[in-house]
Design a protein. Structure first.
Lengths: 170, 261
């Protein structure tokens, strides 16, 4: 009986020392967190053909940081603010024509509602969004040409990044 | 009565002294061993032992994030088997990287202890194993959380989240929560002075039911402790308890009968 008890106590102590190693302190990669708006670019004259952008820049009006996607891409991810229900993004298209390189900025204002969802202790909470209306397009001050011909919302619920939410035709 | 040599008796005393020193760092007050080798008929005292957990009481003093207590009690059923229970209250704030929450609630654990230690003379020390069924009724208060943003969309080595971290302070209470669990434990109890016992237990707990709040989780359950460090809850206590004797039996008849056989 004493031996059995000693063994039991040993198992208990060894077991508890293993258990005290915290295994989920770090949010595992691939865990669904706050999604971004996935935008894809299409040709406006042939709406089924993707129209990649290169050296594409975008920023939130009033912020100094600009996101730059150097490589040519037909898909970008645009974050929404988790502490607001509206965000105004400026998208800068770089075009190379006969007169050299020109930059054209168009603004899209996103209005949305948001919802906080518990994920786990390590990952905390994530925010998912609902676009309440189609993004409002405005031109940059001093410019008089819009480069975006049409904005089409494919999915108003922003819950993951698996497929595009918005198509931009230009 | 078995013929116990003085040597084994000394060994037993040392076991208790060292157990206490190592586990509790309390001054061990071993009972004085009788000098005679002749043995009087063994008596067994039966009664209720009540006490409190010293760990929770002292932690309430030094840890700003914890207030709580635990009352322990056992009743001797047979020579080796005790009915045992713990009733406690926890008020614990956990400050994690992403989440800060406060758990408040009351718990009760009830079950049996089995003393595996063969005492000599009239000593009443215990080295025991036990089982418990635990129940807790509690609330969770979500004090604050940080939203796990994913606004690093540039995907380069040097880029980071585009937006600053945002912390929300909802201060939202989720009430009416409960949990059930089973546990196994091992421990010791030693008599320091007349009827005053110091004990230590280690416990492994496993949830059988857990009513979680909508939109949050039970990361900490009073009595069960953390739920996120593996599949088992781990607990321990240092109990100081007082024995209230109710009646006595003598082992003489039964043991004489056993000796004749």
């Amino acid at each position: 009986m004493k031996k059995a008890f000693a063994l039991f106590l040993l198992v208990l102590l060894v077991g508890s020392s293993f258990l005290s190693c915290e295994k989920d302190d770090i949010c595992a990669e691939g865990t669904p967190t706050t999604p971004n708006v996935v935008i894809r670019f299409f040709r406006s004259d042939n709406t089924s053909v993707l129209n990649p952008v290169s050296n594409f820049k975008y920023y939130v009006e009033g912020m100094t940081d600009t996101i730059t996607i150097t490589a040519s891409t037909d898909s970008i991810r645009v974050p929404l603010r988790v502490d607001a229900t509206q965000v105004k993004w400026g998208f800068i298209l770089r075009q190379t024509g006969t007169g050299g390189t020109t930059r054209n900025t168009d603004y899209l204002t996103f209005d949305y509602t948001k919802q906080q969802t518990y994920v786990s202790r390590a990952c905390g909470y994530k925010t998912t969004f609902n676009l309440t209306e189609d993004p409002v397009q405005t031109d940059a001050p001093g410019e008089n040409t819009l480069w975006i011909d049409e904005v089409e919302v494919e999915k108003y619920n922003i819950e993951d990044e698996n497929e595009r939410h918005i198509s931009i035709y230009y | 009565m078995k013929n116990i040599t003085l040597k084994t008796r000394m060994k037993d005393i040392y076991l208790f002294i060292t157990s206490l020193l190592v586990l509790a760092s309390f001054p061990a007050m071993a009972q004085q061993a009788a000098d005679t080798t002749t043995v009087a008929p063994k008596t067994y005292r039966y009664g209720i032992r009540v006490g409190a957990d010293l760990y929770r009481l002292t932690r309430s003093l030094y840890d700003d994030n914890y207030k709580g207590f635990e009352i322990v009690a056992d009743y001797r059923l047979t020579k080796k088997i005790y009915v045992a229970a713990e009733i406690g209250n926890d008020n614990m704030t956990v400050d994690d990287d992403m989440i800060n929450f406060t758990t408040k609630g009351t718990y009760i654990q009830a079950g049996f202890d089995y003393n595996t230690y063969e005492n000599w003379l009239d000593m009443e020390n215990m080295i025991f194993v036990g089982v418990r069924y635990g129940f807790s009724s509690f609330s969770q208060n979500l004090n604050s959380y940080r939203v796990n943003q994913n606004s690093n969309v540039q995907n380069t080595a040097t880029s980071s989240n585009y937006f600053d971290d945002v912390v929300f302070y909802p201060n939202q209470e989720y009430g009416g929560l409960s949990a059930h669990w089973v546990e196994v434990l091992g421990g010791i109890k030693a008599e320091l002075f007349d009827n005053l016992f110091l004990g230590f237990t280690v416990r492994l707990k496993s949830l059988v039911a857990n009513k979680k709040p909508e939109g949050f989780d039970n990361l900490y359950i009073p009595g069960f402790n953390r739920t996120y460090a593996g599949n088992f809850g781990v607990g321990f206590n240092y109990s100081l308890s007082y024995f209230i004797p109710l009646y006595k039996t003598q082992a003489k008849k039964a043991e004489e009968a056993a000796a004749k056989k």
